[in-house]
Design a protein around this ligand. Structure first.
Ligand code: LRH
Ligand code: MN
Length: 426
């Protein structure tokens, strides 16, 4: 299913007038405060978030899974669904594949299909947290950290295979997330597990093409519930430094213990030029993989405040990879992703309204109240007319969710794919 520009123009025409009024009013006010509206809109139109190929169908938990009808059962269908998201939002111009869940058969056809929809391939993800049919060695007791050298060798070779697949698609980065860990004290020796993991990661890093990056994703627990080898940002940061200058830390927002100050982690990683990218989602308790900005929108705003500061003050830190990593247990996957994209663009827009000079002066003056007022003035600004204008400029929908529903996308996908079609992934 494709969404054509004429359909979108017809839908946008309904709200274009109101947008013009609201946008001019807001832009006028912000320009009096010294905000460069042209630059801000440029940043919003250029902001591209990679959509996870494993989150285009319904997710589930061990307690069950409630299918979405018309799910994309093939990589081709998944690319088409990301194409739909990009046509509706203008900010979903990339897809992040997970191997082997999304092993491309015909590379040329897959590349062509993505290019025709204006999509590129962002980071490819390896998977040494599940045993594949016919696999020689099990990852039950870990992969890159496993005490059995033949298991580590198998896991390193899988990552090299994923790099080769990514190269064929034009991807420029590999994300390694390891479930490796222990469920019980004494099950392994922390230092030896870490040392084996470091050695394995160095082998993978050594095989990276010269223009590629390695993203090391950390997580405190699940599926192991006593220890995870790469449990926190510090461990990932240490391993990235042990690998080399093109190895970075990847921050998945759901991979933190409750009340962790994630914005400070982001600032610390950018301070050392080691922030590689993000897996955006939201959570109340654990790795809940909920809609971005649905639980802690202010925390997301504070993270983007550090990102905006870092993008201006840490030239040694490459532009981070923006990716979503969510799981849709009850929502329509595409509606959920549209909401997540909206929350990300909103946090980014609000963070760009922060008067950084005034904030710096207030911090220097230790005027704590003024510091909070400057942040919250930006946060309390309704930036939706800016995001809608950016989408209109991108030729996308002013109101993507309404457009998705009025175009009856899910009904049409279900008609063409059938109620029972099911996506691979989580
Ligand atoms: C682990 C994780 C990782 C992916 C997986 C699908 O929790 O966040 O990024 O490999 O989800
Ligand atoms: Mn993740």
């Amino acid at each position: 299913m494709k969404i054509n520009k004429e359909e979108l123009a017809t839908i946008n025409a309904v709200s274009a007038g109101r947008l013009e009024t609201e946008f001019n009013h807001l832009a006028g006010r912000l320009e009096t405060q010294g905000v460069d509206i042209k630059q801000l809109l440029q940043n919003l139109t250029a902001f591209q978030v990679a959509i996870p190929s494993w989150a285009l169908g319904a997710g589930g938990t061990r307690f069950g899974r409630f299918s979405a009808t018309g799910e994309p059962a093939s990589l081709e269908d998944k690319i088409d669904d990301v194409g739909l998201l990009h046509a509706l939002t203008g900010n979903a111009g990339a897809i992040s594949l997970h191997i082997p869940w999304d092993n491309p058969g015909d590379f040329d056809a897959i590349r062509q299909r993505a290019r025709a929809l204006g999509l590129v391939f962002d980071a490819v993800n390896s998977n040494t947290f599940q045993d594949q049919p016919g696999q020689a060695h099990s990852y039950r007791y870990g992969s890159l950290c496993n005490s059995d050298a033949s298991v580590r060798k198998q896991a390193v070779e899988h990552n090299l295979e994923v790099i080769r697949i990514g190269e064929n698609l034009g991807s420029k980065s590999l994300t390694v997330w390891l479930a490796d860990g222990a469920n019980f004290p004494g099950q392994y020796n922390f230092q030896r597990a870490l040392d084996r993991t470091a050695d394995s990661l160095k082998q993978i890093y050594a095989a990276l093409p010269d223009d590629w990056k390695l993203f090391i994703e950390y997580k405190p627990y699940e599926p192991n519930f006593y220890s995870t080898v790469i449990q926190d940002w510090g461990t990932s940061f240490m391993l990235a430094n042990m690998c080399g200058e093109r190895a970075y830390t990847l921050v998945d927002l759901g991979h933190h213990l409750p009340n962790t100050n994630i914005e400070q982690i982001v600032a610390t990683l950018m301070y050392r030029g080691k922030l590689g990218g993000f897996h955006f989602n939201d959570s109340k308790y654990g790795d809940d993989d909920l809609t971005v900005g649905s639980i802690k929108p202010y925390a997301l705003f504070l993270i983007f405040n550090e990102l905006v500061y870092g993008m201006r003050h840490n030239p040694e830190n490459p532009s981070p990879a923006w990716m979503i990593d969510a799981s849709h247990n009850i929502k329509d996957p595409l509606e959920d992703l549209i909401q997540s994209l909206e929350a990300i663009l909103e946090a980014y827009a609000k963070a760009q309204l922060i008067d950084q000079k005034a904030l710096r002066d207030a911090q220097q003056a230790q005027d704590v109240v003024a510091c909070q007022e400057i942040l919250q003035d930006a946060y309390r600004t309704d930036v939706r007319p800016l995001i809608q204008k950016a989408r209109q400029m991108n030729g996308a929908a002013i109101h993507p969710l309404q457009a998705y529903r009025s175009l009856e996308v899910r009904r049409k996908l279900t008609e063409s794919r059938g109620r029972e079609s099911r996506a691979t992934g989580l």
